[in-house]
Design a protein around this ligand. Structure first.
Ligand SMILES: Nc1nc2c(ncn2[C@@H]2O[C@H](COP(=O)(O)OP(=O)(O)O)[C@@H](O)[C@H]2O)c(=O)[nH]1
Ligand SMILES: [Mg+2]
Length: 329
């Protein structure tokens, strides 16, 4: 008997979930069809993003939080993303080792995503993996991502609460932090508070927050010192996350954030569909012919673009039917 992958994920089947995430990671179009049937079952998990430079202690902190939430009886998913791992080689492996503590716990599901292809693909895969963990019934999904431009910003947008992890001595770093990240910070974590300069960093952050712009959906971010290697500050950090969540739920900010996320996901999916289709056209001669016409002055960019758009509309219309579904026998 064949059972759909998505149905197995919904029952919490770890193997099916792992397979599904691999398919998403490979950007397999068939995985998208499976995702269609998972999507209605998402939106229950609370998503916490953990971001910051390599080596600040994100994985150690994430591991501590997993332990804390498990003690509260919650089930937890972890998506660890490292766009730099192709260069450094060992980062993801390191994460696996650090999170080994929970790897045999059936209520913890940990998945690392390595970089494949372009950054947009990785962000898409990460958001897909979060949906899978959400649909399989995890109460909390932690998303660890290394600070690296666009991927980081995209992941940050996908979280309900975003933690930015810094270390003592990072005063200059906060000056250079990308605007897209800074605006999205809900909690600053000063990890390695055992090292010199933690108080100084806290003062720098306090000053920055005092002078920065305020946003109704964002209370001034909490600043939490931690010593992740000693599992110190974990309860305080979890309390800050719970506090932020309570604020969002009470103010209606959570619903607004999630609505904004749905909008973004819709627009990004359209963009992805159109780009993929243009790439397919690129392989044929339709595009080349338009370029010829354009170059020889037989048409103009706007007319050529409309012609291309009409062709894409026809191609995209064919995608509207129910997609192929993946099955495991
Ligand atoms: N001194 C100190 N070292 C820490 C602390 N937390 C993590 N580390 C160490 O920092 C290194 C990087 O930690 P990791 O969690 O892999 O950082 P990530 O790259 O941000 O995921 C490891 O050697 C940790 O043991 C801390 O609170 N104090
Ligand atoms: Mg890590």
């Amino acid at each position: 008997m064949k059972i759909n992958l998505a149905d197995r994920v919904l029952k919490g089947d770890v193997q099916a979930a792992a397979r599904m995430i691999s398919l998403i990671e490979d950007l397999s179009p068939e995985a998208l069809a499976e995702m269609d049937s998972l999507y209605p079952h998402t939106g229950r998990a609370y998503i916490v993003g953990v971001t910051g430079a390599p080596g600040v202690g994100k994985s150690t902190l994430t591991d501590n939080l997993v332990g804390f939430f498990r003690n509260e009886g919650k089930s937890v998913g972890v998506v660890a993303i490292d766009p730099t791992s192709a260069l450094t080689g060992g980062a993801i492996l390191g994460d696996r080792v650090r999170m080994l503590r929970h790897s045999t716990d059936p209520r913890v599901f940990i998945r690392s995503l390595a970089t494949r292809g372009w950054a947009g693909g990785l962000a898409r895969a990460a958001i897909g993996a979060v949906h899978v963990m959400d649909a399989m019934g995890k109460d909390i999904v932690l998303v660890e991502t290394v600070g690296s431009g666009q991927v980081e910003i995209d992941i940050v947008k996908a979280a309900d609460t975003t933690l930015v992890v810094l270390n003592p001595g990072a005063g200059d770093e906060i000056q250079m932090m990308k605007a897209g990240i800074l605006e999205a910070v809900d909690i600053f974590v000063i990890n390695k508070a055992d090292k010199e300069g933690a108080d100084r960093l806290k003062a720098d952050l306090d000053f920055m927050l005092m002078t920065g712009t305020k946003h109704p959906d964002r209370p001034s971010p909490a600043i939490v010192p931690t010593e992740a290697i000693h599992d110190k500050g974990t309860a305080e950090l979890a309390a800050a996350i719970a506090g932020h969540r309570a604020f969002l739920e009470k103010s209606g900010g959570l619903a607004r954030r999630r609505r904004e996320r749905a909008r973004l996901e819709l627009l990004e999916t359209v963009e992805g569909l159109v780009k993929d289709r243009i790439r397919l056209l690129d392989a044929g001669d339709f595009l080349e012919k338009l370029v010829d016409d354009l170059q020889s002055g037989r048409t103009d960019p706007r007319r050529a673009a409309l012609e291309l758009a009409a062709r894409l509309a026809g191609d995209l219309n064919e995608l509207k039917g129910p997609g192929e579904r993946w099955t495991l026998s």
